[in-house]
Design a protein around this ligand. Structure first.
Ligand SMILES: Cc1ncc(COP(=O)(O)O)c(C=O)c1O
Length: 468
């Protein structure tokens, strides 16, 4: 039974999402809610409760209170994660054939939203660090070049997507980026799934709503101490019509949203504003991150830079090891990380890490018997930046490619063909290839190299679906 599996899925040391860390980081009111009997609280849209799209009832009031706290015009709670709310935003704001300017590190939910809404995305590349084997957040000059390239093509864009911070906890300077878009009359949607806690501490990067974004999606389970599946969509300013957003939400929302999950969303979304407790907890998290890094680098490990004290990434590439291999070995020792990648492994330390977490973690790393200092170097596992131009639109809109007549080809024979599927190792769920893109030799060679890097049971296939 699934329940048995659930009860047994306890790693000795869980360093993965959700951010509440097996309940240790729940705000007191949520912890109290979940320790009582849950049966009586498992309710749908009763008249007194209402739901996210109903104007009256407790859910509407909770959403209004949350919007007031965050300073947005309105917000909606969602029970299908950031996925559902990002897609609802796209379906609400854009019409078939309209253009979404989006980064290459978009989450697959956005791609699927583009398929559902029949959009024509324009993809912009991001800087890449060979040192860390990782995409980096862009700076203002980079984004100016992106917008300059859009202008040079003389093509209109209807919405700009920024993904901030990255899964690994790196943040861009959002305020000037949003200002650049607004200066050109472009509304901005920020996928802030991993950064909803930035609001809680003055030393953390400025959050997207404070930076002036028009739409912001928060994952209350990835970056606030809420329950899995819960998320919030915020709407600010006057560039986007509230009614359009509600229409988008209507297309995707269940007609029986769980009142329990919605109540948990309200409590988690209020957390950053519970001061001084929240900022105190994050100050502790910052000290903890620094201490972990000192201890780990002291024994030869490389820790990637991070703007998020809850995410710690070991860069394994330098000593010729893959983050996927490290993950597999640690899982056998009862330590579960969050995001294995070819060049490293990211751990989520959670709002309240388990006790003695660092010493248990170090013990597991010692047990591995890996010897970083005697390593051969990381050429074998070094990811390369995708050979894509700064700006590219696909040969065919993703929706046409997704639903078109297709056949499957070995990757190496796919040169010249248009991809009809995304290639998306998960996590992180960031596509290496997007449906509608035409493959050239360089891209095929890069995908073959990536396939070698992502080799594990759920890794990439050596074939790709293409349009006939
Ligand atoms: C950047 C980003 N956006 C959105 C999502 C989707 O979030 P959810 O799992 O809440 O649907 C993810 C999930 O990993 C993500 O990394």
């Amino acid at each position: 039974m699934l329940l048995n599996a659930l009860q047994q899925a306890a790693f000795t040391l869980p360093l993965h999402l959700p951010a509440h860390g097996r309940g240790r980081g729940f705000p007191p009111a949520l912890a109290a809610l979940l320790t009582g009997p849950l049966g009586p609280l498992d309710l749908p849209e009763l008249p007194s409760l209402g739901g996210p799209l109903l104007p009256h009832g407790a859910v509407a009031e909770a959403q209004q209170a949350t919007a007031r706290l965050w300073g947005s015009r309105s917000c909606w709670f969602g029970v299908n994660g950031s996925t559902g709310l990002l897609q609802a935003a796209l379906l609400g704001v854009l019409r078939p054939g309209q253009r979404l300017l989006c980064p290459r590190n978009l989450h697959r939910s956005v791609l699927h939203g583009a398929v559902l809404a029949g959009l024509e995305p324009i993809y912009y590349a991001l800087p890449f660090s060979k040192r860390w084997g990782l995409s980096q957040p862009m700076d203002v000059a980079w984004f100016q070049r992106v917008l300059g390239a859009v202008a040079a093509r003389n093509c209109s864009v209807d919405l700009v997507l920024l993904v901030n911070p990255t899964y690994q906890g790196l943040s861009a300077p959002l305020t000037p980026l949003v200002r650049l878009c607004h200066g050109q009359g472009l509304p901005v949607l920020v996928d802030e799934a991993h950064g909803s806690h930035f609001r809680a501490h003055a030393a953390l990067p400025r959050d997207a709503l404070a930076a002036g974004a028009d739409l912001v999606v928060h994952s209350t389970h990835k970056s606030l101490p809420g329950l899995t599946q819960t998320a919030v969509l915020h709407h600010s300013g006057t560039r986007i019509c509230r009614h359009d957003l509600e229409q988008g939400l209507l297309l995707l929302q269940t007609s029986s949203p769980s009142a329990l999950l919605l109540a948990a969303t309200e409590l988690a979304a209020a957390w950053p504003h519970q001061q001084p407790q929240a900022s105190h907890l994050l100050s502790q998290a910052m000290d903890r991150w620094t201490h972990w890094r000192q201890q780990l680098t002291g024994t030869g490990w490389r820790v990637s830079p991070s703007d998020d004290p809850l995410r710690l990434r070991l860069c394994t590439m330098a000593w010729g090891r893959s983050g996927l291999a490290l993950d597999e070995c640690l899982l056998r020792l009862g330590v579960a990380g969050e995001l294995p990648e070819p060049a490293g492994l990211t751990f989520h330390l959670g709002f309240q890490p388990p006790c003695q977490a660092l010493s248990r973690f170090r013990k597991a790393l010692t047990q591995l018997g890996w010897s970083p200092l005697e390593s051969p170097g990381g050429v074998e596992v070094a990811p390369q930046p995708a050979p894509t131009p700064l700006l590219a639109s696909s040969a065919v809109p993703p929706r046409i490619a997704w639903f078109g007549p297709t056949r499957r080809l070995p990757l190496k024979e796919a040169v010249g063909h248009v991809a009809a599927e995304a290639i998306t190792p998960y996590p992180p769920g960031i596509p290496l290839l997007l449906p509608g893109e035409r493959l050239d030799e360089e891209r095929c060679a890069w995908l073959l190299h990536s396939q070698h890097l992502w080799q594990h049971p759920d890794g990439m296939l050596d074939t790709v679906k293409v349009l006939r």
